[in-house]
Design a protein around this ligand. Structure first.
Ligand SMILES: Cc1cc2nc3c(=O)[nH]c(=O)nc-3n(C[C@H](O)[C@H](O)[C@H](O)COP(=O)(O)O)c2cc1C
Length: 365
């Protein structure tokens, strides 16, 4: 028995919702040849040999009477563009299949079209599981497509994208790894020397992404999240990258939908050229991720042979104490360290500097 005061049903739902899943529609056919189906994310693999899967169904679901008698079911794993299908099968209705083209699978069970994958199963056991029935099925047939699966978590539909900190990207991975190693050592040294919190960031699929922190003895926060994606236009780290990446790359992340006025572009270009001139970007009074704490931040870009920013070295401190002045010893050291790393990565200052400028101007037209 559970302690009734320990948690309530809503909190249990919220906790369970943090476990992200795919979305399936489980389908079957009844004795009269009518199709049935419901959206289910309780689907799970059980065994490879024999090939077994399970899913569970609320006993109060109107279609429970049918599924609890069925000898077969199909798991249709929905693709990322099938949210409307998911919603259609998550609402009770006698004609969920109206107007829907389906393929006919084993035992006449309907298979939805354009899914990511399908598993056709015969029921091997039905077990009570509280207010649900758990169905275990032996997989008789499988197929899949290249369509990306739909994802569900925290009560929302999500997209499946590789994590920036997962496997290395193909091509350029080796030099990125070298840059990251050098950057990690550099921020360690800077954090020790100045006793300020330092971060290392890369430009990931979603923009500036923190890959490592070196906390000061008194850190900005107890929670320094790795993988944090920073806004491009309102953080020192974002600006350090923006000043040294092709304008189109930056715009795609910073303003994916906007049609910017020439005034806005002019102001933006001006601030980027100041950053290029100084070798440092600064942002005052940002609120630190997930808190009310106001911070100042100073960031220096590390450039590769093409003059593209591959890393940013960023110092952050509470605004009440850390002024982030451009002429402070920390600012000088940050800039010199980033320049030293750029040099080691093969950046030849003058030539690439010219190129970096022309990127920004070309993109602004
Ligand atoms: C993303 C998502 C996942 C769901 N997962 C399940 C599940 O695993 N089991 C279940 O019984 N109901 C689940 N539901 C709810 C059913 O789809 C919903 O109750 C549906 O109306 C049941 O079909 P029926 O009314 O035809 O019986 C889920 C709904 C959504 C939106």
């Amino acid at each position: 028995m559970r302690d009734a005061d320990a948690f309530d049903a809503r909190e249990l739902r919220r906790v369970l919702g943090t476990f992200v899943t795919g979305v399936t529609v489980v389908t079957t056919i009844d004795d009269e040849g009518r199709y049935h189906g419901l959206t289910a994310n309780s689907f799970s693999s059980v065994s490879l040999d024999p090939p077994l899967v399970l899913w569970s169904q609320a006993m109060k679901a109107p279609s429970h009477a049918t599924f609890s008698k069925a000898h077969r079911f199909a798991i249709n794993i929905l693709a990322e563009d099938q949210i409307s299908l998911s919603n259609r099968f998550a609402k009770s209705s006698p004609d969920k299949f109206a107007g829907l083209d389906v393929d006919v699978g084993l035992g006449g069970v309907p298979l939805l079209r354009d899914c990511s994958a399908w598993l056709e199963c015969s029921v091997v056991s039905r077990m009570p599981g509280g207010d649900h029935t758990i169905y275990v099925g032996e997989v008789a047939s499988i197929s899949r497509t290249e369509r990306k699966p739909l994802v569900f978590g925290n009560g929302k539909y999500l997209l499946a994208d590789p994590h920036d900190l997962g496997e290395e990207k193909a091509g350029g991975g080796h030099s990125q790894l070298r840059a990251t190693r050098l950057g990690a050592r550099a921020i360690e040294r800077l954090a020790r020397r100045f006793d300020e919190t330092m971060a290392l960031a890369v430009w990931g699929n979603h923009g500036p992404t923190i890959t490592m922190w070196e906390p000061a003895s008194v850190s900005v926060s107890d929670h320094l999240p790795v993988g944090l994606i920073l806004p491009v236009t309102s953080t020192a780290t974002g600006l350090a990258f923006a000043a040294h990446l092709p304008a189109a790359t930056v715009r795609q992340i910073a303003w994916p939908d906007a049609d910017l006025s020439s005034d806005a572009i002019f102001g933006w270009e001006q601030s980027l050229s100041d950053i290029r001139r100084r070798g440092l970007a600064r942002q005052g009074f940002e609120t630190f991720y997930g808190s009310e704490i106001l911070i100042n931040a100073l960031s220096a870009p590390v450039l590769d042979t093409n003059g593209h920013a591959v890393l940013a070295l960023t110092a952050v401190g509470e605004a009440s104490r850390f002024r982030a002045d451009f002429d402070s010893p920390l600012a000088q050291a940050l800039k010199e360290t980033a320049e030293g790393l750029s040099h080691r990565l093969g950046y030849a200052a003058l030539e690439s500097y010219g190129r970096a400028r022309s990127f920004a101007v070309a993109g602004a037209r």
